[in-house]
Design a protein around this ligand. Structure first.
Ligand SMILES: Cc1cc2nc3c(=O)[nH]c(=O)nc-3n(C[C@H](O)[C@H](O)[C@H](O)COP(=O)(O)OP(=O)(O)OC[C@H]3O[C@@H](n4cnc5c(N)ncnc54)[C@H](O)[C@@H]3O)c2cc1C
Length: 356
């Protein structure tokens, strides 16, 4: 490969020549650019194994159940406690995770759970700070629509009354909370992500984020529509396998068992069959913007697109980096892994350019 052609939105185009090229256009666009380069290779550059665009993965996530804690059990979920900071003082979130041995024994896909505070409108938190924030936001929302303000406040009147009661009853205990929130948000060097009520609730919502099995039928292909440059747009075919769904259900079941046997609490799901709820939650895949796997990385060219150095198999000087090279997706948000891959590729290019 000795050049690429680039075009801008003003209709100008130019040819760029280089010794080596790195394509880093994200999990969807990278595959699209390689697939549309079919004037160079018939089914797209890097598509020797018919894997280009296949094994598309995202993270399944949702919130289907609540966790009810036994009286006296406290969950440390907050961003605002000493033990929720990393070495650099950055606020961290706690996750519940199964060990590799448990995952293997129960054939679980990598999955995490987060305890999430109930939504702002709920009053179960009994926090004057949180109720105060709710009332302030409701007032601002009413002032933004002066003509319908009264009608809007009337529809919210039950919640307004409940939050006002919490505010009045709990106000003295809220003073340290307000102090912590103000210091953390406006005075500390690291801003807290939001105003949060304290730990100590007895009911939390349970959010899950789960890995998907790499599946060749989950893929992106070129559609018939074209964009302003005349390039064919992608059609995305996400797929959820039976294993994906089974694993999410089994993880909920195991967590429930562990909470009960440890005397900490239980999961609660009031919506009928949990399996139906998991299936429904995967019907409209919301990728969470984690587009992974479309140019996967195996050593054997027969099973993917790039080698372990991110070089496209069969093309000496073309590299791909980004979420698309991940062969599996794990449970974690992908940016740090992508940055690590980019640094690794940079080092590889620097060290091999000295040798060229
Ligand atoms: C709202 C939101 C929140 C997120 N939160 C998190 C999070 O908390 N943690 C986390 O780990 N991940 C998060 N993600 C996901 C994360 O941003 C992506 O997984 C990650 O950025 C993907 O990296 P990438 O290098 O593969 O692609 P990208 O970061 O998408 O980089 C691709 C680049 O290529 C450019 N490009 C694309 N097509 C072309 C083209 N045809 N020509 C020229 N340039 C092109 C794009 O403009 C972009 O700059 C979030 C994403 C979104 C949208």
């Amino acid at each position: 490969m000795d050049h690429v052609v680039v075009r801008n939105h003003h209709g100008q185009s130019t040819r760029i020549r280089a010794g080596r090229f790195v394509l880093a256009a994200g999990g969807l666009e990278t595959a699209r650019i390689l697939l549309t380069s079919n004037d160079v290779a018939r089914s797209g550059v890097g598509n020797h194994s018919d894997c280009l665009g296949r094994y598309y993965q995202t993270h399944l996530f949702g919130c289907l159940t609540t966790v009810e804690l036994e009286p006296g059990v406290t969950a440390h979920v907050a961003f605002d406690r000493d033990h929720d900071h990393d070495h650099d003082g950055v606020s961290c979130r706690r996750r519940i995770w199964f060990t590799p041995a448990q995952q293997e024994a129960a054939r679980l896909l990598n999955t995490v759970f987060f305890l999430v505070r109930p939504p702002l409108g709920a009053t179960g938190h009994r926090s004057a700070l949180f109720s105060g924030v709710y009332l302030a936001k409701t007032l601002v929302a009413a002032l933004r629509r002066p003509r319908q303000a009264l009608r809007y406040l009337r529809t919210e009147q039950t919640s307004i009354a409940a939050h006002s009661a919490v505010l009045i009853r709990q106000f003295p205990s809220a003073i340290p909370e307000i102090y912590r929130a103000v210091v953390g948000r406006y005075i500390g060097s690291r801003r807290l992500p939001a105003v949060l009520p304290p730990d100590g609730l007895s009911v939390y919502h349970l959010q899950f984020q789960a890995e998907q099995v790499p599946n060749p039928h989950a893929r992106v292909t070129l559609g018939e529509d074209v964009d302003e440059f005349g390039m064919r747009r992608l059609v995305v075919h996400p797929r959820t396998t039976a294993h994906d769904i089974e694993s999410v259900i089994r993880c909920h079941g195991l967590l429930d068992e562990r909470l009960r046997s440890a005397g900490l609490g239980r999961l609660r799901y009031d919506g009928g069959d949990l399996r139906d709820a998991v299936v429904r939650s995967t019907e409209h895949v919301n990728s969470g913007a984690h587009h992974l796997g479309t140019t996967r990385m195996p050593d054997d060219p027969a099973f993917g697109v790039v080698d372990r150095d991110c070089r496209v198999h069969g093309v000496a000087n073309l590299y791909v980096v980004g979420g698309s090279v991940m062969p599996t997706s794990g449970h974690a948000n992908p940016t740090l892994t992508i940055v690590a891959l980019a640094l690794r590729l940079g080092e590889h290019l620097a060290s091999t350019s000295a040798a060229r």
